[in-house]
Write a protein that binds this ligand. Structure first.
Ligand code: C2O
Ligand code: CU
Ligand code: CU
Length: 478
């Protein structure tokens, strides 16, 4: 992955040494010459908001690993997130976010072990991976402190950005919030897999995961958290666990694999220069072709595969990834002036066979903050049974207290229609999805077909406080 221009701790020390340089613009001007050039580059007026002075830190790129023979240990530890402070976090293998797991479609990964080093029950769920029921990380599969769970992950699906996170009943929100989450990338012959890179997509240091989440900190730098069912909203965005990040970008095309890893917050993402995103994929992998969108509305659990073209970005020039609703400058892309590589793909990206002719229609109401179809989650119940390899139409309806990002385990679906509320579908809802945003007043219809495995799976709201409070249902594919 792209090496940082310099070590982050050195940088934090340098900023601390620069002392009051950020306290006022006059001081800033007086001190600027004493700050080494590459450091000075990082402290400047916050152009996107027009006010204040913001120090930015190199974006952390999680280490990439194969899951084969991998032990992921969840345990408390200390993370460097805020400058000069340490944050007690719960992490996989001491990393926040956890390592990025890279897999190939068609490969079976064995010896994948979850080791619980927390003081409470946990289990890993592979969100987006269609695995056998006993390896899905269902809350019934939780293991206690000091215990382990072994997985066999037969990856037999199209390429996508998926992710892994805990799934214990009533504790998912807190465990994810305290740092337990990581990217899981599936590759295949179309998408930069063993068969090469037929679409010429950006790879290596030009393909970067962006796990965006919010957090709040106390004065000592520790996470503040409350799991009240209205949902936890943090006041600070983090990208890959990095506070106030920037990414140095060469004059080329980059691929960003973006995940909304927030507990509850729906992000609206836009570029500060008014530029567009080149959207190539979502939860279920590549779309049929490239779409150009001016903003992305990203609900918790949803993924977005985007290309950004920095070929014309001058040295030191910056483009901000923003959330105009939160008034956040989330990530600054800063031109290095170095020649880069890549181009935007033209024409078709992948083939997507539309589902059709559903044999059954099911209706699910997401009621209040704790129920689906009037019922609070019952871990030992099976609410309904779905026939294997049969297309069904599922209708998701809200009864208030949205937004509800509805997520289904064990299959991907195609979004058919949205009525009420926003009253339309968006380009990032094309193709295959496993999570779809249902706002108050909205009814969303999807076509779904379970073609991977039989067994016990889950449907739930991915607003994690809703999930923990019972907005979840077991079903069986038979
Ligand atoms: Cu991302 Cu059932 O979860
Ligand atoms: Cu999932
Ligand atoms: Cu919800």
């Amino acid at each position: 992955m792209l090496p940082s221009m310099f070590d982050r701790r050195d940088f934090i020390r340098a900023v601390a040494a620069a002392g009051g340089a950020v306290a006022g613009s006059g001081l800033l001007a007086a001190c600027a010459d004493e700050i080494p050039h590459e450091h000075r580059l990082l402290t400047g007026p916050d152009l996107a908001t027009g006010g204040g002075t913001v120090t930015r830190y190199p974006l952390r790129i999680p280490q990439t690993v194969s899951p084969s023979g991998l032990t992921l240990q969840a345990a408390p530890g200390s993370a460097s997130i805020l400058p000069g402070k340490t944050t007690t976090a719960w992490m996989y293998n001491g990393q926040l976010p956890g390592p990025s797991l890279v897999t190939q479609s068609g490969v079976a990964y064995t010896g994948v072990t979850f080791q619980n080093g927390l003081s409470q029950e946990s289990i890993i769920h592979w969100h987006g991976l269609l695995v056998e029921s006993q390896y899905d990380g269902h809350p019934r599969q939780v293991v206690g402190p000091g215990s382990a769970y072994s997985y066999g992950l037969k990856v037999a699906q199209r390429a996508a950005l998926d992710w892994y996170h805990p799934h214990p009943h009533m504790k998912t929100g807190e465990q994810v919030y305290r740092g337990l989450a990581g990217a899981l990338i599936v590759r295949d012959a179309v998408d930069t897999g063993l068969a090469g890179n037929p679409l010429g997509l950006p790879v290596g240091p030009d393909e970067i995961p962006l796990i965006i989440r919010d957090a709040s900190f106390d004065s000592r730098g520790n996470f503040q958290f409350s799991n009240k069912s209205s949902g936890f909203w943090g006041n600070t965005p983090l990208v890959n666990g990095t506070f106030s990040p920037y990414l140095g970008v060469n004059k080329g095309v980059y691929r960003f694999r973006l995940l909304n890893g927030c507990n509850a917050r729906v992000l609206r993402l836009a570029l500060g220069n008014g530029g567009a995103f080149t959207l190539i994929g979502n939860d279920g992998g590549l779309l049929d072709r490239v779409y150009t969108v001016n903003e992305l509305v990203a609900a918790p659990g949803e993924r977005f595969d985007i290309l950004l073209d920095f070929r014309a970005l001058a040295t030191g020039a910056a483009i901000m990834l923003r959330d105009p609703d939160a008034k956040w400058n989330i990530l600054e892309f800063r031109g290095t002036g170095v020649a880069g590589t890549g181009s935007l793909p033209a024409g078709s990206l992948s083939s997507i066979t539309p589902l059709s002719n559903p044999v059954t229609t099911r209706r699910f109401t997401f009621d209040g903050m704790t129920r689906i179809n009037g019922k609070v989650y019952a871990i030992n119940a099976i609410e309904f049974t779905v026939p294997f390899d049969t297309t069904e139409r599922w209708t998701f309806v809200t009864n208030g207290n949205g937004p509800h990002p509805v997520h289904v385990h064990g299959a991907v679906f195609q979004v058919l229609a949205r009525t009420g509320g926003r009253g339309r579908l968006f380009d990032w809802e094309r193709g295959w999805k496993d999570t779809v945003l249902v706002n108050d007043g909205e009814t969303v219809d999807v076509l779904i077909r379970f073609t991977a495995h039989r067994g016990l799976y889950l449907m739930h709201c991915h607003q994690l406080a809703h999930e923990d409070a019972g907005m979840m249902a077991n079903f069986e594919v038979a």
